[in-house]
Design a protein around this ligand. Sequence first.
Ligand code: TYC
Length: 102
Amino acid sequence: DGESEGDAGLATKTKTRTQRPPMYKVLLLNDDYTPMEFVVHILERFFGMTHAQAFEIMLTVHKKGLAVVGVYSFEVAETKVGQVMDFARRHQHPLQCTMEKE
Ligand code: TYC
């Protein structure tokens, strides 16, 4: 107990905090061209939302400019961003999706 050299033989305790993995917010950004129903479809398809939840979040992005659509580990967040960006590009919509450390 007490691995440091400066304790003169007295017991010391070193508190160790559990390392939790950093989490990442996935953000959806507003634009003037992507159809509302397309955004709703993305939120249902890639983020497991019901139609009602998806519609509500889509409207938040439309009104506020952006919204957090989920919080995930780095790997999962990266995958979601890639899926959204690929799907939007394939349908020729300018929709932007990014991630940021919490
Ligand atoms: N602003 C778009 C429109 O009026 C709808 C939209 C919502 C686009 C959310 C992107 O992330 C977005 N058609």
